[in-house]
Design a protein around this ligand. Structure first.
Ligand code: GLY
Length: 395
């Protein structure tokens, strides 16, 4: 176990661990590492910002299952199982609520094609040993009376819950502060590498942060940090998602009692009702680089599809429109743990599952920082899968 170290001179500060990036993934890594006795610094101009400010916060291991992603399912389920204890501890430590709601999810079909697609998903879920129940359209509407009369059937998944990612981020900032994490509210200019080892980073004001280990957890920006050698630079790209927030007036409550989602004309749409009356409607999925413009077309499509599911939404005040960037990776799975550059670890590439994967990422990264090894649950997610050595390439 490392000793707890943080020290400072005029132009340089030193810690055991430096986390680059203060979104929920960087924060949970810093918090869990500090809890394990490490001296941790975190650099981000705005800790608690990032994709969590836009995300809906569905914890959808079962309803977001995709063909070919069965390995990722294992990690998603491991994280979902940790959620209740994680939230209880975080709320206790931070004194803040996170909006965690064990509400379940209903995935519905609007036409015969959707129904066939959902039947296949149900089969995949069953083969994967997951709990989900097929309901007729009438049974769906009995559960959620605001659903459109045309709903043709659906899948009830009581184990897919939600959390408010903004409150989660805010609670993690406080938990980090209380655990002694030192925040540098600046942009990181570049990673420092000396003699083939990551040794820290330089901030945009010139301050040099040195550390025994550096964790790059900068979400969709992770692939752009100067100074990171090409062969270990994470292959992460931004995938834009536009999201709407509406408000359910008290007189209309309960509008929906659980998350409702569907695939409409090939696009995912979901409605996530919070206990405080917020209704989140998401999300587009657009490969447009760094663009975070909210477009009339994006808002129109989300409202059109959501209206087909739940016609009453057009009565609700539209309170916010925003776009965020998911950190997509080549296999849609995160990159966790040590890289081939000694001293540099990654916690990035969480794509559609950053909120769901927050608890397990914190545990995995703290374990890796303390022991130098990835726990078994994270073996398939080593960043080394994208940078094979010459020897590995030849076998
Ligand atoms: N997991 C929801 C989304 O990425 O839109």
């Amino acid at each position: 176990m490392h000793s707890r170290t943080t020290s400072r001179t005029a132009s340089r500060t030193t810690s055991d661990v430096l986390v680059i990036g203060g979104g929920i993934i960087g924060l949970v890594t810093a918090w869990r590492a500090a809890q394990r006795g490490l001296g941790v610094a975190l650099a981000d101009p705005e800790p608690g910002g990032g994709a969590a400010q836009v995300a809906a916060g569905m914890l959808a291991a079962v309803t977001e299952l995709h063909y070919g992603e069965e390995t990722l399912l294992g990690l998603n389920l491991a994280s979902a199982r940790r959620y209740p204890d994680f939230v209880a501890e975080l709320e206790e430590v931070s004194g803040q609520e996170t909006g965690y709601r064990a509400c379940g999810t209903l995935a519905v079909a609007l036409d015969a094609d959707d129904r066939a697609h959902l039947r296949e998903l149900h089969e995949l879920q069953r083969r994967s040993g997951l709990d989900s129940e097929w309901l007729t359209g009438r049974e769906c509407r009995r559960l959620e009376p605001m659903l459109a009369p045309g709903v043709r059937g659906g899948l009830r998944v009581d184990g897919d819950h939600q959390i408010d990612p903004r409150r989660l981020a805010s609670a993690l900032v406080v938990a980090c502060e209380r655990a002694g994490v030192v925040f540098h509210r600046r942009r990181v200019d570049r990673l420092s590498v000396i003699r083939d080892r990551a040794t820290g980073a330089v901030l945009d004001d010139g301050l040099e942060l040195t550390a025994d280990q550096v964790v790059l957890a900068a979400g969709s920006l992770s692939g752009t940090l100067a100074g990171v050698p090409e062969e270990v630079l994470p292959p992460v790209r931004p995938v834009k998602g536009q999201v709407l927030r509406l408000t359910v007036p008290r007189a209309y409550a309960p509008f929906l009692s659980r998350t409702v989602r569907a695939v409409v004309r090939g696009s995912h749409v979901y409605l996530v009702p919070r206990e405080n009356g917020e209704l989140v409607v998401g999300a587009t999925s657009e490969e447009l680089g760094w663009d975070t413009t909210v477009t009339a077309g994006g808002v129109y499509e989300l409202l059109r599809d959501a209206h087909e599911l739940v016609p009453g939404i057009t009565e609700l005040p539209l309170t916010e429109t925003r776009a965020g960037l998911r950190p997509g990776s080549p296999d849609n799975a995160p990159l966790l743990g040590p890289t081939r550059l000694p001293g540099l670890l990654l916690a990035t590439g969480h794509y559609r599952n950053g909120v769901l994967l927050t608890p397990v990422t914190g545990d995995v990264m703290a374990h890796a920082l303390v022991t130098g090894e990835l726990p078994e649950v994270a073996h398939p997610f080593t960043p080394r899968r994208f940078s094979p050595t010459r020897q590995e390439l030849s076998v």
